[in-house]
Design a protein around this ligand. Structure first.
Ligand SMILES: [Cu+2]
Length: 216
């Protein structure tokens, strides 16, 4: 399934990287554990003095080689996970301010809903309409308590704090309908603090925006 936003693409590939690493490491650990259990199991009459009975019959040199190989593998994996995590964070944090096509939206969180202000000064409450394939830059704040703006399907999330503005951005790849919701427990209406995100075909959006702008 293709993700609906570049941010979700990056998030999913990072998630798969962590998951594959975890599964691989677990498989190796379990394989070694099962091998050791079978190889060094109690053989009944064996005498503790027998060479068969001794644990750790890898030669000194062999053990050092294994230790070096494991350290290198783990080091490379750790480095890979760290750099890809930071590059994903950088992608999310880098607001495409220089993009002249970007749509700037002011987001106001309140108990319990969302208000969106467009560059024309008009507002929509409970619904955000944006064109597909265009970066949308959000200036997020709150009028009362702490809230968190999130588009779960796009893997976008940013706190809405009264008295300060937090920036976030996203881009919808295809026309479609998604959910915006609050991720900070903010009172009895928290669970219902939803809004609709409508990603529209650019021509359709232009038409709607023109009408929206000319309205009273
Ligand atoms: Cu909330």
């Amino acid at each position: 399934m293709a993700a609906p936003a570049p941010s979700a693409d990056i998030w999913h590939s990072l998630f798969n990287f962590y998951l594959t690493s975890a599964i691989t490491i677990s498989a190796v650990v379990f394989a070694i554990m099962i091998y050791v259990l079978i190889r060094y199991r109690s053989r009944g009459e064996a005498n503790p003095g027998d060479p068969e009975y001794r644990i750790g019959d890898l030669s000194q040199r062999g053990s050092v080689k294994v230790a070096i190989a494991l350290t290198i593998i783990l080091g490379v994996l750790f480095l890979g996970l760290t750099t890809s995590t930071f590059s994903a964070m950088e992608f999310m944090e880098e607001i495409p301010e220089d993009n002249p096509d970007a749509l700037h939206i002011k987001v106001l969180a309140f108990q319990w809903g969302w208000r969106f202000t467009y560059p024309n000064g008009k507002t929509l409450t409970g619904e955000l309409r944006v064109p597909a394939g265009v970066p949308v830059i959000l200036e997020i704040t709150s009028q009362d308590v702490f809230h968190t703006f999130s588009i779960p399907a796009f893997k976008v999330k940013k706190d809405a704090i009264p008295g300060r503005i937090n920036y976030a951005w996203f881009e919808g790849k295809y026309a479609g309908e998604y959910t915006i919701r609050c991720y900070e427990l903010c009172g009895v209406g928290h669970a219902e603090m939803l809004a609709r995100l409508l990603v529209m075909e650019p021509e359709q959006f232009e038409k709607w925006y023109e009408e929206f702008s000319s309205k009273g």
